[in-house]
Design a protein around this ligand. Structure first.
Ligand code: BG6
Length: 539
């Protein structure tokens, strides 16, 4: 077992090296000690689109040795052969690496998968699960390390945790970890109840709450870029930054998830988790150590500093909500949200929201964080724009011309990279200032095959690194913030604005920034506000 205190290098000066060494050791432990992944919801969409491809990539890249096994658990009866065929299809359809049925590596990989048909409420059935798991451990020489992944509806988390304990699955000699998916509750009271249920069985350190945005490479890169560049970190505050804009836009509608989404809406589906996590990552202080708890402590401080929107008037002033109506996208007609399957014909659920957030601490006082997310918008993109303050007007060459502010843009997905907009002299002119872009596109580089968020997260959970998972206090603070907005809406303080599919949401979202003298910057490849940037130069 790895233990901090056992290591003689436990001194402040060696701390960083020590953390890095721990991380290497933990990586190696995944290979040498092995893990059984017990996957509930094994026939679901998440498993086939994300989890099997992720496990396959980890195997192909040698991060998992032969000491691993997967027990797929779902209610549907299925033979082990059928299960392995499903996994093969999911890899062919969704994995970064492809294979073929006669590839010896695939054959070796497939042997590690077993299937068990089990109703999650069938308590006595869990002893069968324990038997299957134990026999895989002895077959692949795995030291009793068990990772329980619940790709299930949250109302089942508590009973599954309880049944795992009663069924003896937590008695093996190694570690036991619980990985759970969002939504983690519907509001603070329901999330608290859910948390109490699973805490009766698992300690906080054993619970890995997934927010897949934290597994995205470029989200992790934000703080690397911030904290490792002397040209950014000293400017990262209210003296130099005018505002920050975070956009999580999607072109899809609710597809086949109307039943879930109509009870959730954009604020709970994207705001409580991905959006507030991104705000916390961008705004946090540098942690004193590269240690998961220290990093999460810093994010908690940001969430605690978020100015609450307590009254209906505050919610109305700073939050805009919208719902998509019919429209045309890429020449195709799209139906309105209220016409979607399993959506109430009179639904008041928002498919879009935009908000102005304030982080009340010394670094950020006075800097608005504008966030927006929505479905059926013109582009699928996740971007963070840091808009710097403008140089003073009427000085030097800027005397007779408008000079645009500098921007630092993090492209999170689907394009990955950063670009910086600066001002320069137009070639051949008499000092005409034009904006130019320095563009680093990571995903355009040949040979870069960026790991999927789920690969990182599964591997991190297996090696016991909780940095990119959300701790209970983060979840609770995020719900507290979101609940106040939701209750403002429930009191009808905000109108639900309709926007045509394929547009950037209600006009009120534009007005939200215009009021402060700002506008949304166009996301990559889109020109929304009449600003045309010159051709980007690839570095
Ligand atoms: C999920 C939401 O958490 O994130 C979905 O439930 C949304 O509604 C998805 O479509 C977006 O994730 P990504 O990685 O495609 O931006």
């Amino acid at each position: 077992m790895l233990n901090w205190k056992d290591d003689e290098s436990y001194t402040n000066s060696n701390l960083h090296k020590r953390v890095m060494k721990m991380s290497e050791l933990k990586k190696e432990a995944v290979r040498s000690e092995g893990t059984v992944f017990v996957l509930f919801g094994a026939t679901g969409d998440l498993a086939s689109r994300k989890l099997y491809p992720a496990i396959y990539s980890l195997f192909r890249e040698g991060k998992l040795s032969d000491k691993f096994a997967v027990v797929g658990v779902a209610r549907r009866p299925k033979t082990c052969e059928q299960f392995r065929e499903d996994i093969f299809r999911s890899i062919q359809d969704f994995a970064r690496y492809k294979t073929s049925v006669d590839d010896p590596e695939w054959i070796r990989f497939a042997e590690h998968f077993e299937y068990l048909s089990l109703d999650t409420n069938d308590g006595p059935g869990y002893s069968r699960l324990n038997d299957v798991t134990t026999s895989l451990e002895s077959k692949f020489e795995i030291k009793g390390n068990r990772l329980f992944y619940l790709a299930l509806a949250p109302n089942l988390f508590g009973s599954v945790a309880h049944n795992l304990e009663v069924g003896g699955l937590l008695k093996s000699e190694g570690w036991h970890r619980l990985v759970i998916e969002k939504p983690f509750g519907f509001d603070l009271p329901s999330a608290t109840k859910l948390n109490e249920e699973i805490r009766q069985v698992f300690d906080e350190e054993e619970i890995y709450r997934i927010d897949h945005y934290l597994g995205k490479e470029m989200v992790q890169n934000i703080n690397v870029i911030r904290f490792s560049n002397a040209i950014f970190e000293p400017l990262w505050n209210n003296r130099h930054i005018a505002n920050i804009q975070i956009t999580l836009s999607e072109t899809v509608g609710v597809e086949d998830r109307g039943g879930y989404y109509d009870h959730s809406g954009a604020l709970r589906d994207m705001g409580q988790n991905h959006m507030l996590q991104m705000v916390a990552v961008v705004a946090m202080e540098a942690p004193s150590r590269v240690d998961p708890e220290d990093i999460r402590d810093e994010k908690v401080k940001v969430l605690k500093s978020l100015r609450g929107l307590h009254t209906n008037a505050e919610v109305k002033a700073d939050v805009v909500r919208g719902q998509y109506a019919e429209g045309v996208m890429n020449g195709e007609p799209k139906r309105a949200y209220r016409q979607e399957e399993n959506v109430d014909a009179d639904s008041q659920t928002e498919t879009y929201f935009a908000a102005k957030l304030s982080v009340d601490n010394f670094r950020w006082a006075g800097v608005p964080f504008y966030v927006r997310t929505g479905k059926r918008l013109p582009a699928k993109t996740t971007e963070v724009v840091v808009e710097f303050k403008k140089i003073p007007d009427h000085v030097y060459l800027a005397k007779n011309q408008a000079v645009l502010p500098n921007l630092l843009v993090f492209r999170i997905s689907p394009l990955e990279g950063i670009y910086i907009k600066i001002n320069a002299m137009q070639p051949g002119s008499e000092g005409t200032i034009i904006p130019i872009a320095m563009d680093f596109c990571q995903s355009c580089q040949i040979g870069i095959n960026t790991p999927e968020a789920y690969e990182r997260l599964l591997f991190d959970a297996a090696r016991g690194d909780s940095t990119h998972f959300t701790r209970w206090d983060e979840v609770a603070l995020a719900w507290q913030f979101v609940d106040s907005i939701a209750s403002g809406w429930a009191n009808n303080s905000n109108e639900l604005h309709s926007y045509p599919s394929g547009t950037w949401g209600p006009q009120e979202a534009t007005d939200l920034l215009a009021r402060d003298g700002f506008h949304w910057w166009p996301v990559s490849g889109q020109e929304e506000s009449g600003v045309t940037w010159v051709e980007a130069t690839q570095t």
